[in-house]
Write a protein that binds this ligand. Structure first.
Ligand code: UDP
Length: 317
């Protein structure tokens, strides 16, 4: 019998690509999304007989008794806005899906004896005072600011995973995902790579926030998804938190110049106020992923960006 997999957040940028991969691998995929930040157009081409889409919230208790979710083998709980622009626009929804929604998915995993991957975030480290960040670093998060709804909700989501693992031996694994990108990000997503590439291709100003010395480490979508699939597969990862990210770090100003060059753009680079609580540095330690999963990213920023720029160029034409 084909393996049945549930993906929450299936209409998002990661979820839709993951669904495509799993369908190609022969799985039955049940996709859940309330379409608050995911886009139905991302699901085009997935409407084959092994894909079932449910326009529902991951918090819905109905999922616990849904007949399509019997014989469930795996759950990828990806549902949540992830761009600061979107999670700050719907802070209560962000909190709900990562806490109530995570508890709901853990309960489903427990009842169906399914494996579950919860996608947490590098934001769990807040504005880090340890650099780079290993999983053992406990973070520096401000509860009283615009990023708190996301950071603290993801952290509470991790706590719920810990409790289901220790109390019920649920086969749960937590990924702390670091900035992932591809042309799958909508032009209006608000995150830095989608902004810069869209601006560069339109010869509009490239908007650097702050002085651009803050850093991020960018992971191409195929690398991130390979990491998540290995995390699901490996029993050694049960009850573990694992960083999934690219350990090569770039200042944002360098990213702006790189995008401008690769896109052959006439854009000017302009400077704007730095958002409150914007982390100054971010880079994962990935020793644990290497050891437990045999995983590390293989796509360089240059080649991932070149691919992203070409695909965006086609979308914008
Ligand atoms: N950023 C920027 N210009 C933009 C969008 C973002 O300079 O148009 C900066 C932002 O201030 C942050 C970094 O790029 O320092 C990454 O931002 P993003 O929203 O992609 O994700 P974050 O890692 O902050 O969640």
């Amino acid at each position: 019998m084909e393996k049945k997999v549930l993906i929450t957040g299936v209409a998002g940028f990661l979820g839709s690509q993951l669904a495509k991969d799993l369908l190609e691998a022969g799985c039955v995929v049940v996709g859940v999304d309330n379409l608050s930040s995911g886009k139905i157009t991302n699901l085009k081409g997935l409407s084959e007989d092994r894909f079932i889409f449910k326009e529902m919230d991951a918090c819905s208790r109905k999922l616990l008794t849904d007949a399509d979710l019997h014989n469930l083998a795996e759950i990828y709980h990806l549902a949540s806005a992830a761009s600061p622009k979107y999670y700050q626009a719907s802070p209560f929804e962000t909190i709900n899906v990562n806490t109530v929604g995570t508890k709901n998915m853990l309960e489903l995993a427990k009842r169906r004896q399914a494996k579950i991957v919860y996608t947490s975030t590098s934001e769990a480290y807040g504005d880090p005072e340890m650099h780079p960040q290993p999983e053992s670093y406990r973070g520096n998060v401000n509860t009283w600011g615009p990023r708190a709804c996301y950071d603290e909700a993801k952290r509470l989501g991790e706590v719920l995973c810990y409790l289901y693992y220790t109390q019920y031996q649920t086969k749960v694994k937590v990924a702390r995902i670091f900035n992932t990108y591809s042309a799958g990000l909508a032009n209006d997503d608000g995150r830095v790579i989608s902004n810069f590439v869209t601006q560069a291709l339109k010869d509009e100003d490239i908007t650097v926030y702050g002085d651009g010395t803050q850093t991020r480490s960018f992971c191409y979508v195929t690398d991130t998804l390979n990491g998540l699939k290995l995390l699901m597969e490996k029993d050694e990862a049960n009850g573990e938190i694992i960083n999934i990210g690219n350990p090569i770090e770039y200042p944002i100003i360098e990213l702006a110049n790189l995008v401008k060059t690769l896109a052959n753009s006439e854009s000017n680079i302009t400077f704007h106020p730095l958002p409150e609580d914007d982390p100054k540095v971010r880079r994962p330690v990935i020793d644990k992923a290497k050891e437990l999963l045999g995983w590390e990213p293989v796509i360089t920023l240059d080649s991932g960006l070149a691919e992203t720029i070409e695909e965006y160029r086609k979308k914008l034409l």
